[in-house]
Design a protein around this ligand. Structure first.
Ligand code: AMP
Ligand code: MG
Length: 406
């Protein structure tokens, strides 16, 4: 077990876990925003037949060779076809077929003229100029050709992709399954959110904040119970959480206090602790363990610390297990609007509010920095990562921030 490691080292250990994302076949509508786990090849041409891309007349372009505004050519209308129907007739010399967008081009015809460019009656149509071959025709396979690989494994499925799957006749598609995430709250002081406050007790907020962070990236969340600060109670809850989930997150009980027993409980259920404590502020108390192909994250009970360590370590892990290859937070350059004078030997992850104004990004810092502060998180949309030993930072300094929620 590694102790007191850097943020980068912790990220690397997590990235090196090599847990294969699992795949699942889902109805195509349910695949939205998931990562495709198969290549999608077309077994059809699209359109499957030459079709009209206009409402107009199908004709033989040869017949229009001498047509002009002064000397229009009059063709006999021998049929009228709508999309979904096929004309049994063949367009012969001096003939035309009235046709609607999407209908199959009748035999003999080699172009479509839109009806606005003609003068027509029920029986005939006048053409006032030469019509070029193939105009107004969408050829078979013009959109999608048989054998084309349309969507590659690893692509994030968007609404257009779901349309492509539909036109290929696929009802289901193979995607990477998002990991199921279980949350356990530990602490003798915790009570449920529907309970009245009692002396010395607080309501369990972490399970809900984390639950929402998990939901935001599309994973399934299940809130397990509150455990007291004892190995036995935590172990019991971990056992059931591990039965259900791919990732288990606990909060509380992971620092150096007398009641900090989570790490021991991870070992009791058979987990191997990969690291304990990361050199960062907030969030330094964190234990990560592996059990088979599952990961256990023991986060601090402090709401802000749990929030930040979720974003830094748990979020990328969930995304990786969902088959994503890009899971890092987006980094941007911004102008600091407040000063940040603390210099520390640990990397700091400062909660920040970043906004775009007059062509640039600006970042404000909350008044309350302590890791126990929950309320200030409401305005947090970014993290100002202050490398150990740097600073102080002045108002107007250019800094780098990581955007949350992108
Ligand atoms: P711990 O990590 O157990 O030392 O807890 C640090 C602080 O976070 C303490 O003030 C706890 O009461 C508080 N805390 C622990 N768990 C939760 C929770 N689930 N919701 C809100 N606050 C918590
Ligand atoms: Mg505690």
């Amino acid at each position: 077990m590694l102790i007191n490691i850097s943020i980068e080292k912790a990220e690397k250990i997590l990235a090196d876990q090599n847990i294969e994302p699992k795949t699942v076949d889902v109805p195509i509508l349910d695949s939205l925003d998931h990562i495709l786990a198969e290549d999608i090849k077309s077994d059809i041409n699209m359109p499957p037949f030459d079709r009209s891309s206009l409402d107009g007349y199908a004709l033989r372009t040869k017949d229009t060779a001498d047509a002009s505004a002064e000397n229009p050519v009059t063709l006999e209308t021998i049929d009228n076809i709508r999309a979904g129907y096929v004309s049994k007739k063949t367009v012969g010399k001096g003939q035309a077929v009235r046709i609607m967008t999407g209908a199959k081009i009748p035999k003999g015809a080699d172009a479509i003229i839109k009806y606005e460019d003609t003068v027509f009656t029920d029986k005939s149509v006048k053409i006032f100029g030469y019509v070029k071959p193939n105009s107004g025709i969408a050829g078979a396979g013009e959109d999608i050709a048989m054998g084309d690989t349309l969507l590659g494994r690893g692509k994030t499925i968007n609404p257009a992709d779901i349309g492509i799957l539909a036109i290929l006749g696929k009802e289901k598609v193979k995607v990477y399954r998002r990991p199921k995430v279980a949350v356990i709250s530990t602490g003798d002081e915790l009570i449920n959110i529907n309970e009245a406050l009692k002396e010395g007790k607080i309501r369990n907020s972490n399970a809900y904040t984390i639950g929402a962070q998990v939901k935001k990236i599309g994973s399934e969340i299940k809130i397990f119970g509150i455990c007291g600060d004892n190995v036995l109670s935590i172990k019991k809850e971990l056992d059931s959480a591990l039965q259900w989930g791919d990732i288990v997150i606990t909060t509380g009980g992971v620092s150096l206090g007398d009641a900090d027993v989570v790490k021991e409980a991870f070992e009791e259920v058979g987990g191997k602790v990969l690291f304990w404590k990361v050199n960062m502020k907030p969030g330094s108390p964190i234990a990560v363990a592996r059990y088979k192909d599952k990961l256990l994250f023991g986060l601090s009970g402090n709401p802000a610390a749990a929030y930040v360590t979720f974003e830094k370590f748990v979020r990328p892990t969930i995304l990786r297990l969902s088959g994503e290859t890009e899971y890092e937070l987006t980094k941007i350059k911004s102008t600091l609007r407040d000063e940040f004078i603390k210099v520390s030997g640990r990397d700091r992850v400062v909660r920040a509010k970043t906004y775009y104004k007059n062509g640039g990004f600006f970042t404000e810092l909350p008044d309350k920095h302590s890791s126990g502060i929950l309320s200030g998180l409401s305005e947090t949309n970014s993290l100002f990562c202050v490398p150990a030993g740097t600073g102080p930072y002045k108002k107007g300094d250019r800094i780098e921030v990581e955007l949350l929620g992108y």
